[in-house]
Design a protein around this ligand. Sequence first.
Ligand code: PMP
Length: 309
Amino acid sequence: MASYYNEHTILFLDGKFVKAADATMDLYSQSLHYGYSVFEGIRSYKTTEGQTRIFKAEEHFERLRNSASALNLPYTWDTAELIAATYEVLEKNSLQDAYIRPVVFAPANMSFVQNTISHITIQAWEMQPFLGAKLLRVMTSSFQRPNPKGFKITAKAAGHYVNSILASQEAKANGFDEALLTDMDGFVAEGPGANMFYEKEGQLFTPATGNILPGITRATVFELCAERGIRVTEKQITLDELKQADAAFFCGTAAEVIGWESLDDVTFKKNWNNALSKELQEAFRERVIENHREAKPAAIEQTGILVEG
Ligand code: PMP
């Protein structure tokens, strides 16, 4: 297992910066017993000019708020305050290329009734910059994504990830790199922790919203395509149609943009190096380390870490 912290690591817990090794949570928490918490996966990058920048920080913390609200978890923090706290966590741990994990969790409560308070932690650990050229062998999972009528599927809720864990472990046990899950009607949905696109004759296609987490990276791929005049269509996608694609990729905060070699051992037609998808992978890589793209939120000025305009 990866090592996420050591005796020097500092995390943010309910407004305080504390040593990870000393931080505690209540073992009677409703979150531990029922998977009832929400979280975010965010990345920071060392920019081309050497500064530390959290990619799409506002979008991630707004999604955290929306996830909490969807699950009736009290949420009392403001986004600028949490972004400032996150930059401070990065600074205190001397991190630049990092994975950042905020979690909003419940107090002790064995019943199903709503709580009056929530807790929040923000943790960060080092992330290797960009996975690069490795292509994935993907397997169609025997697990489907949760029924959106049974869960708030657009919320990033911890409990949903039992489904992700089962699918990912099944794919690996069968010798594949990652799983592709369908929705309850058998249409292509997403990976255990990433959205997907396929490329066919110079256009991109991706599952419509409704059965997926609408990813922030997915939205970035839309932006990159719009800037390049590449047409993207959101639709219901069948597995057969996907296997006829020229190329395909996963995209997500942790995965970034990562190409597929094959689906169920059916190899994609185009050499990844000649695919439009590869150009988008490179464009994404440049976008995350750009220095001047996002305006600096006012609350962050004081930390002095983020000095872009
Ligand atoms: N789908 C699922 C199930 C995920 O866990 C993630 C990762 N958050 C994504 C899609 C991609 O979302 P994002 O680009 O916002 O990280």
